[in-house]
Design a protein around this ligand. Sequence first.
Ligand code: NDP
Ligand code: MG
Length: 384
Amino acid sequence: MKKKISVLGSTGSIGKQTLEVVRNHRDKFEIIAISANKSIDILLSQIDEFKPKYVAVYDEESFLKLKSILKDKNIEVFCGMEGLKIISSLDEIDVLVTAIVGMIGLLPTLEAIKNKKDIALANKETLVCAGELVMNEARKYGVNIFPVDSEHSAIFQALNGENNKEIEKIILTASGGPFRGKKKGELINVTKNEALKHPNWSMGQKISIDSSTLMNKGLEVIEARWLFDIPYSKIDVLVHPQSIIHSMIEFVDTSVIAQLGVPDMKLPIQYALTYPNRIDSNFEKLNLSKIKSLTFEEPDLDTFPCLKLAYETLKLGKTYSLVLNSSNEVLVEEFLKGNIKFYDIPKYIEKELEKHNGISNPTLDDILQIDFTTRNNIKEMIGG
Ligand code: NDP
Ligand code: MG
């Protein structure tokens, strides 16, 4: 039986690589639905190749355009948040790949969980803003959440079969991003293009900026906290510039288990789709004698305060990680537009966190309300 897949955000970096995994294993996977915000040209070529039955487009103008182009074709086209929810919870699908960027993925993910669809989760922002709620819902509906993020896939693989009570520490590795080794004074005026140049991975713009500030690693610490139900004090970050060790676990008996591989997101994507099995692949093989040395260093929290802020939100608990994420989403967008400078990102996040009165056990409505308020506050701060 082929695994039937819906992809939230099929036109992005993770979305395209998901389709590549499917392309290489047509006998094992079938694409039932795809979606995007605006990239209808890419959607059209994906429809042509993968023949999904459903497509969702968030942006209304793009939806109308695509609907008219596809009017004689045998495919259903949906629009807006409602459309994203529909393609996330279709009767026909086995798994939803959340390759969408940002907290916008939260509602479709919850819809999928309520309809007992397993999740291959790339969309880390969903767990950062509502980790407790999402994981509780997943437990309630008996849904599996398979990590796609390479570090979390590594932990998931290293943990295979072990009890998470026996974990002494999770060690999340970080490449250090394009500005590793630089000091604060050298980064004050960095441009968007400099920040977008990641040394080891080719990714979407938002996560690339997050990697340059180390916010990505901060979001990943929060993601790991919820995915593996582990206190933040047991999650360490270790800079490993070669990105060969994708993360490791130290167990209570001091044994350390790591997962290694050539940096390629198709591997964690494929594993999330085939777990608990492994299938062959054409990915580049790891040749350690060619790589020769793997190096490690402590993260520089002074130069990269976003990582420190992320840990602080976990310490504060309540809705502080949500505020961190919503602020960061707006600020990254503004940095990409050239409206703010590199260090305005942590500066405004910190200001917003100081203002926030966190609430315990937030409902979905609380979360959406706080997200809305935070975004407005940040926009006002930048404007003023
Ligand atoms: P991209 O920016 O490359 O792609 C984002 C996708 O989401 C696109 O398909 C985009 O559509 C879609 N999208 C954005 N906004 C909306 C919206 N409002 N409604 C519907 N669709 C929308 O991002 P990445 O693939 O790099 O990242 C996706 C997620 O995976 C992120 O959460 C990221 O942190 C995570 N991740 C990514 C990794 C990577 O290597 N890229 C590694 C690990 C995790 P459109 O094309 O129309 O804009
Ligand atoms: Mg990662």
